[in-house]
Write a protein that binds this ligand. Structure first.
Ligand code: ADP
Ligand code: MG
Length: 345
């Protein structure tokens, strides 16, 4: 069961032409689970709000009806639990767990692997829930027919309800998202800074948040208010360094490799969270950033959630020590290092 963030509510979701339909469908499903659209299938690229909508649905259903039995899991968790139960001969428990819920929400269903009977099991889970009018909500990085290796019978079932896409936000929506995030963090972002970030970052909400965090980190580090000039310097650094023409290893190169390996999000790395699932990748990022880029300890700390240079130093030492003591860990970090590529540091 994944943790639901209270911030991922319908109220905090900014709508625009890019996500209007997905939003409306999510609200409809939350208000009438099992009857409006079943399944609801939301697809789109990273950072476009799929997880946010899924969690908003869960929260809305629970607030209207706290006794609703909702199971909200990542696809990974579904697969891991399945494999564990197969291995330990606890399939009855597994089936009981998944087939006796009112609402099943699975995030990132595109990871559903074609192996070990996982798709088969999910197929039966789906059928059982669907036949008893239980709501199913799925998110994916691609439309059902575009998910590689997905069995046809699952593709067709995913299309039985409503398939809706979220796409990149336009400028207006990006501005609104930044304003909403600033309000949530209790930070005053001047209008010109908002416009600057929204015009510079045109990919997705997660990147917008990351840029905001970078700017916030720089301001905190220098103990200065957030101004346009400060924002330009803050983002100038990271964006110039991550420009496609640069042949240097960039923070983005490192983050891409590390977040993929650990299956975490940049926003987690930049957050204050201290759970091991985020501290380890965060420390590995800092270690690799120090090793492979010319950023200072202060800059690295600023990027990863506004941490000071002593924290960065401590992180680097932690990774260094562990690599010496734990051979497998050392190999793993070196492999990540190699994956980042051979650009000169
Ligand atoms: P996905 O699951 O599609 O990769 P997420 O739901 O994790 O994306 O969104 C990434 C971040 O961006 C989250 O912090 C989320 O709250 C925020 N976000 C995405 N879309 C919106 C939106 N339309 N309004 C407000 N915040 C958004
Ligand atoms: Mg997601």
């Amino acid at each position: 069961q994944m943790v639901i963030s209270p911030d991922y509510s319908f109220e905090n979701f900014i709508t625009g032409p890019n996500n209007q339909l997905a939003y409306a469908a999510s609200v409809a499903v939350a208000n009438q689970p099992g009857t409006a659209y079943n399944p609801l299938f939301i697809h789109g690229g990273v950072g476009l709000g799929k997880t946010h909508l899924l969690q908003a649905i869960c929260q809305q259903i629970l607030s209207a009806n706290p006794d609703t039995n909702i199971l909200y899991v990542s696809c990974d968790a579904f697969m891991n639990q399945f494999l564990e139960c197969v291995q330990s001969g606890q399939m009855n428990e597994f089936r009981h767990r998944y087939r006796h819920v009112d609402v099943l929400v699975i995030d990132d269903i595109h990871f559903l692997a074609k192996r070990d009977r996982t798709q088969e099991e999910f197929f039966h889970t789906f059928n059982e829930l669907y036949q008893s009018n239980k709501q199913i909500v799925l998110s994916s990085d691609a439309a059902p027919s575009e998910i590689p290796d997905l069995e046809d019978r699952l593709v067709s079932r995913f299309q039985w309800g409503l398939v809706t896409q979220v796409t990149k936000p336009g400028f207006e929506t990006r501005v609104a998202i930044l304003k909403a995030k600033a309000r949530l963090r209790g930070i005053e972002l001047p209008e010109d800074v908002i416009n600057y970030i929204a015009s510079k970052i045109d990919s997705n909400a997660r990147e917008l948040e990351g840029a905001f965090t970078t700017v916030q980190g720089h301001a905190a580090l220098q103990d200065q208010p957030i101004t346009l000039k400060l924002a330009q310097t803050a983002l100038g650094d990271t964006l110039a360094a991550s420009g496609p023409k640069s042949n240097q290893v960039t923070l983005q190169n490192i983050i891409d490799v590390v977040t993929e390996f650990y299956n975490v999000r940049l926003s987690d790395l930049q957050s204050r969270r201290r759970h091991k699932s985020v501290t380890e990748p965060r420390q590995v990022c800092m270690f690799l950033a120090r090793k492979r880029t010319r950023f200072s300890l202060e800059e690295i700390g600023g990027y990863f959630g506004g941490r000071d240079h002593t924290t960065v130093m401590h992180s680097i030492r932690t990774i260094d020590d562990r690599m010496k003591k734990d051979e497998n860990f050392g190999i793993q970090v070196n492999q990540l290092d190699a994956q980042i590529g051979n650009a000169p540091a």
